[in-house]
Design a protein around this ligand. Structure first.
Ligand code: PHE
Length: 368
């Protein structure tokens, strides 16, 4: 076959291949195959040296034309394939900007923790510091040292869980009074948050609940200071406009003892089902530390005096937020929990709004 024919055959083959190339990569391989330094065109041109000198320019001309035509087709096809490939890539990487975003869930404070922190903050501003003690207590710390001897009727009020070895699940946070006084000397100004346990359960009672104990011991602590401190606390917590009253009461570890009531948060003292028509809510037990208690921790009751108080966190939270059933605190239903907690950004709050299946709290449902 003459060189011209060979060049024509090459051109036909190259055109066919280039037209059917399906990717820019395949196309590039064809360019190398036909036009590359070691390609087929170069191969054919090697034969030029064996030609007559007079024939060489003609072949050179044909070869150049073939090369130019293949290159032109190559460029045209390249543009086409590049466009196709870019379109395909864009389609694959397309972002649907109308898709809803991912909500970043942030934790919220449990309502009981929220209330506990509020209580702590009020007392910390008065110079009280936070102490804790064990949930499993000996009979001595839970009862004996608090002037509740074995046969004392007050033991019946506590519905105690006893352990096999005679220890108890503490029925109140008061044992931490004893532990602290034994370990420190006055002045003592502590509050003691913690879990307590009583064998009792209904919509307002749970076998495990939370108390905060308070204890202030120094020389010359007076009942007037007790009244001032607890009135201040209740007004800070429930509102400055609320009235507070002190009723005589009895606790073995305080003498005199008092129960402290706040004007009903719902009816403002007129009488409703929350306050059992009395206009008042019982909030705190309190009193002046009994001389017997000072004796059991080795303090001289003629030198030191003090007051103590105890309150239930669940009860405070239920009254403040109008929560009708104590079990809601422990079930960890997100629809309930997401209605509390202050550390939420407005955006997250909007995106995580509770589903309307459950009523909002504070609700119209009332605490018995
Ligand atoms: N410990 C008592 C209770 O659980 C409350 C209380 C504490 C009363 C301190 C007086 C002083 O009922």
């Amino acid at each position: 076959m003459s060189l011209v024919d060979q060049l024509q055959t090459l051109k036909t083959a190259a055109f066919g291949d280039i037209q059917t190339a399906s990717s820019t990569q395949a196309l590039d391989e064809l360019r190398v195959k036909f036009l590359g330094k070691k390609g087929l065109l170069t191969d054919i041109l090697k034969g030029v040296s064996s030609l007559e000198v007079s024939e060489r320019p003609k072949i050179g001309q044909v070869a150049n034309d073939v090369k130019t035509e293949i290159q032109a087709l190559y460029q045209e096809k390249l543009g086409l394939l590049q466009t196709q490939e870019r379109d395909a890539k864009l389609k694959e990487e397309a972002v649907d900007v109308s898709m809803p975003g991912y909500v970043k869930w942030t934790g919220l404070r449990h309502p009981l923790n929220q209330v506990l922190l509020e209580v702590q903050e009020i007392f910390q501003k008065l110079g009280f510091s936070v102490k804790e003690g064990p949930d499993v207590e000996s009979d001595y710390y839970n009862f004996e040292a608090l002037n509740i001897p074995k046969d004392h009727p007050a033991r019946d009020m506590h519905d105690t869980f006893y352990l096999k070895n005679g220890d108890v699940l503490r029925t109140h946070t008061s044992p931490v009074q004893i532990r602290t006084m034994k370990a420190q000397t006055p002045p003592i100004r502590i509050i003691v948050p913690g879990k307590v346990y009583r064998c009792d359960t209904d919509v307002t009672h749970s076998p495990m609940f939370h108390q905060v104990e308070g204890l202030y011991v120094d020389t010359d602590v007076t009942f007037a200071q007790l009244k001032g401190t607890l009135s201040h606390f209740l007004k800070e917590f429930f509102g400055q406009d609320k009235k507070v009253r002190f009723r005589p009461s009895y606790f073995p570890f305080t003498e005199p003892s008092t129960e402290v009531d706040v004007q009903c948060v719902k009816c403002e003292g007129h009488g409703c089902n929350i306050c059992k028509r009395t206009g008042w809510l019982e909030i705190l037990g309190a009193g002046m530390v009994n001389r017997k208690v000072f004796e059991s921790v080795g303090y001289d009751p003629d030198v030191v005096t003090g007051f103590a108080f105890g309150l239930g966190i669940e009860r405070l939270a239920m009254l403040k937020y109008g929560i009708p059933d104590i079990r809601l605190f422990y079930e960890n239903d997100k629809r309930f929990l997401s209605q509390f907690g202050l550390s939420q950004s407005p955006l997250v709050a909007a995106m995580t709004a509770p589903t309307p299946a459950m009523p909002l709290y504070p609700s119209k449902v009332q605490v018995k």
